[in-house]
Write a protein that binds this ligand. Structure first.
Ligand code: FES
Length: 118
């Protein structure tokens, strides 16, 4: 198959689909590192374009990569904005999103808002 790729390995021209349309860029943070993302793409697409291959670790420490890619397994779950267990293959990026690998089922890192603390 003939496809032209950008430096970050995204397909920019496809043999059948032609030129990929321009998309707005947003920034997400993977374990604190800023990454360029394309609005509307799944978190996993951004991470793969950035060279990330391990998305989580089991509770025994085994690495997990993409498996189904359609939201049916749990191999891509990560902690997103403090919420563990988010399936990154079917969750769209948002500006400023913070994504971290998790071990096992992960843990919540969301702080209670002041109105809920009383
Ligand atoms: S890779 Fe299976 S749910 Fe995401």
């Amino acid at each position: 198959m003939n496809a032209e790729k950008s430096p970050d390995s995204r397909i920019v021209k496809h043999a059948v689909l032609g030129d990929m349309p321009a998309q707005k860029e947003v920034t997400i943070y993977f374990e604190g590192k800023p990454l360029k993302a394309l609005e509307g793409e799944p978190i996993m697409a951004t991470l793969v374009a950035a060279g990330v291959t391990v998305f989580r670790y089991t509770k025994k420490g085994s690495p997990r990569r993409m498996f189904c890619g359609i939201g049916r397994c749990t191999d891509c779950v990560m902690t997103v904005d403090g919420v563990p267990g988010v399936r990154t293959c079917v969750t769209e990026v948002r500006e400023g999103m913070r994504v971290e690998r998790q071990q096992g089922v992960g843990s919540w890192k969301v702080q209670a808002e002041a109105s809920h603390a009383q």
